[in-house]
Each structure stands twice: as C-alpha cells, then as structure tokens.
Design a protein. Structure first.
Length: 277
C-alpha cells in the first residue's frame, strides 16, 4: 500500500474485557451476552523503538469507578481482568521493560483504552487535539457520558502529550494524504470521528502487509463487513452519531479499495489471543 515504507513488527494483545448485550453491537447476529475484549498493540520500530497503540484495561479502572457518578461507568460496562493480563505485566513476561516504552498512541480516551496508561511513565502520549481537550476538561456526569474517567489520566499528561490537530490527520477517503508519524511510511494516522471525541486509527506497515488499527470505528468485524450498524441506543454516549455512520461507511470504502489491508477493531472477538502479524 505504501511504497518504500519502513516496516515494523506488530503484535496484538488483550487486557481483560467488559460484558454487554451483543445485540447492541450487532442487532442481527449478536448474542445475549458478549465479551468486548480490550485489545492493544505493541509496535517495534527499527529506529523509534517500542510503541503502544492503546493500553487496554488495568486494575486502576476499578479504583477510577469506585465513587459516584463514575461507578455508573463500571455498572454499564463491568470489567473482568486477571492481574497477569495487564499490558505492563504481559510485556514484562515477554522480557520487555515497560520503562522503555517510548510512545503510546491513544486512539481515544475511553477507559478501556487508557486504563494502563500510568504504567508507562516515560512514554510520549500521541493523541488528537480535540480528544485531549475533552479528556482534560470534563468531570462528573459530563465525563461519564463521554466515557472519560479523570482518575486514569497521568498527572503530567499535558507535558507528555504530542497532539495532532484533527484536521491534520488522514481522511479515509484519501489514504495518500495521511499523517506520517515518523516520516518513513511505517505508521500513518487517520481521523475516525464519531465514537469518541477525536478518535484516530493507525495504518501499520509490517513485513506481512498492511494492518489498520481501527479502534472503535466499529465493534464487531462481522457486523461491519455486513454493513450492520449498532443499535441506535449508542447515540446516548457516542460523540457524534452522524460522524460515526460516515466513518463506518468510509472505512468500508477504504477496505474495498485496499483489499490486502487487514482491518482490526479493538473489541472484535477474533482478537482474544496474542497475535503476531
């Protein structure tokens, strides 16, 4: 897809899951109860070193939802996590030093994507400008309504943040003008608006081909492939339902133009085990 791009090693993991009614994500094929796995990715760049895309769940999610009104967040999406499943512990078990993670790319600031962020204190945090602005400004009910848990944010978030203006991110309708994170074609960032404020995805170039980490642009791969949108009740907590529908459709167009590219959604059930691409 990208000519003469630097290739990186990509591994996909999951750190826990939450449970919700499957018909919300897939009104046609969804089951009564569905596990929404919190996946994240480790990217090994030959020059930039170790990079994460999101962090999945961590035990501090329970702490961040222990008091009202944040308790409602945990009630709506109950988390299940074993201590050894955290990103920090999985990386350590594989011989990586979490202190050497130099960058974390955040697709957006929902709790299931950032709960492990504090475990990587030396990492620059790449996010969109609008996502950071919302995450650092909302509290209480307004935060819960937007999927934000303030206690999960590092105290030095602003100092460590490397923000990208939303308009500077790539558009799915023109993949040739995406934001080149390292200037070598290895990681391109795209705007995926609708689900969460300032959500973005990453197109990764690996030795085995292109992989698009599409975050929560859709929840279930099978439903997205069939063109099945989630139930409209999600409008209550999505950032922008109309933008979500547009992203959903534009990503389908992107996939049709680039059939060799693997599309990966954070919560799709085929990602329940570590997967080396």
């Amino acid at each position: 897809m990208v000519q003469n791009a630097t290739q990186v090693k990509l591994r996909i993991f999951h750190s826990g899951y939450c449970v919700a009614h499957g018909k919300v994500a897939d009104p046609v094929r969804g089951q009564k109860y569905c596990r929404f796995y919190a996946t994240w990715a480790l990217i090994e760049h030959p020059k930039a070193g170790l990079i994460l895309f999101d962090t999945g769940y961590a035990p501090r999610f329970r702490e961040a939802t222990a008091r009202w009104p944040y308790k409602l967040y945990a009630w709506m999406t109950p988390m299940f996590l074993q201590e050894e499943e955290t990103a920090c512990n999985q990386l350590t078990a594989l011989g990586y030093d979490p202190a050497q993670i130099g960058m974390v790319i955040l697709s957006h600031f929902h709790g299931d994507h950032i709960a492990g962020l504090k475990d990587f204190p030396n990492a620059r945090i790449v996010c969109s400008t609008s996502a950071l602005e919302q995450a650092t400004s909302v509290k209480g009910w307004a935060a819960v309504n937007k999927g934000i848990l303030p206690d999960l944010l590092p105290l030095d978030l602003i100092q460590r943040a490397q923000t990208i203006d939303d308009h500077g991110l790539g558009k799915l309708t023109d993949e040739h003008k995406a934001y080149d994170l390292w200037g070598d074609g290895s990681i391109h960032l795209f705007a995926l608006p609708g689900h969460g404020r300032g959500q973005m995805g990453a197109l990764i170039q690996t030795p085995d081909g292109s992989v698009f980490l599409a975050a929560d642009a859709a929840w279930q791969l099978q439903a997205w492939q069939a063109g099945t949108l989630p139930r409209s009740i999600v409008r209550l907590f999505f950032d922008d339902w109309l933008a979500y529908r547009q992203t959903f459709d534009e990503l389908r167009g992107f996939a049709q133009r680039n059939p060799e590219c693997r599309i990966v959604f954070t919560h799709s059930p085929e990602l329940v085990k570590p997967d080396e691409v």
